[in-house]
Write a protein that binds this ligand. Structure first.
Ligand code: PEP
Ligand code: MN
Length: 292
């Protein structure tokens, strides 16, 4: 018999997922993941202030988003860039959830912070730079399984299919040990080879391969791949046409400026979709159905 390389997340695990593109379905704080409607995670790249985050949360909720994103612990290339508000940012996100009911997705960078971030987050994000940080994958998986949280795993800077699926298997293993439903979403966010004017080259075809290999939901991140708000809508559509279960999108307020009132540069300003644009974009996706 052929060895099962991905015994927990591979389509070969269950007969119902073979020869199709069906996705496993699970609940994140009352929101069902894995439906025919594309999952939309949206919000600011980074929590800069209470006002910005609450406005964004209300806006994306009204537009029809399913979950709110926002970074409190940020992986920045330069140590001199704003590193996020940390715990204060988590508290702001918790307030946004209380006001809107949207579950929160936020990144955890370090095994030492898993408990802290987990206290506020409904879904813990493992970013591109940490896709192969195995102790973090294990710790986040263990915590999430124990506390009924979800995990969002982003693809690494230039990963092979096997590296992504194996990283997901690490997380799944922790859910399995506790005999819990695997609440894990994979996210293709482009590779670190700039092409044309893009920040990271999107790989919709790689997303399609992931979809064929695993029954877990796989979403695309047109913001961090394209890196330019002009290109985000089309790249998002490319991901959906490749079979994505949804999208994660950075949002900016309609009048948000590149620098905050406190003089901090807004993180990933150039790629944030303006709120009104986001609303129209979701309207344009209304009839899209995720292939099953
Ligand atoms: C993010 O989503 O906030 C982020 C930092 O993305 P990535 O890890 O894909 O660079
Ligand atoms: Mn960002």
């Amino acid at each position: 018999m052929k060895e099962k390389k991905y015994p927990l997340i591979g389509r070969e695990r269950f007969e119902e997922y073979q020869g199709n593109l069906k996705t496993s379905s699970f609940d994140i704080a009352g929101t069902t993941i894995g439906t025919e409607k594309p999952l939309i995670i949206a919000g600011p790249c980074t929590v800069h202030s209470r006002q910005q985050t609450l406005e964004s949360a209300h806006g994306v909720k009204a537009a029809g988003a399913d979950l709110l994103r926002g970074g409190a612990f940020k992986p920045r290339t330069s140590p001199y860039s704003f590193q996020g508000l940390g715990v204060e940012g988590l508290k702001i996100l918790a307030e946004a959830r209380k006001e809107t009911g949207l579950p929160i997705v936020t990144e955890v960078l370090d095994t030492r912070d898993v408990k802290l971030v987990g206290k506020y987050a409904d879904m813990l994000q493992i970013g591109c730079r940490n896709m192969q940080n195995y102790p973090l994958l294990t710790e986040v998986g263990r915590y999430a399984a124990q506390h009924e949280k979800g995990v969002l795993l982003k693809t690494g800077p230039l990963p092979k299919l096997d590296e992504v699926l194996s990283a997901a298997e690490y997380i799944a293993l922790e859910f399995e040990k506790q005999q819990k439903t695997i609440k894990l979403i994979l996210c293709e966010r482009g590779v670190n080879i700039p092409a044309n004017s893009m920040r990271n080259t999107p790989r919709p075809e790689f997303l399609a391969e992931l979809r064929r290999a695993t029954f877990l939901p796989v979403i695309g991140d047109p913001s961090h791949s394209a890196g330019d708000r002009e290109l985000v809508p089309q790249v998002g559509k490319d991901y959906l046409n490749a079979g994505a279960n949804g999208l994660i999108i950075d949002i900016l307020g309609d009048h948000e400026k590149p620098v905050t009132d406190d003089g901090v540069e807004v993180c990933d300003y150039q790629q944030g979709l303006r709120m009104s644009e986001f609303k129209r974009y979701l309207e344009s996706l209304q009839n899209h159905r995720v292939p099953q």
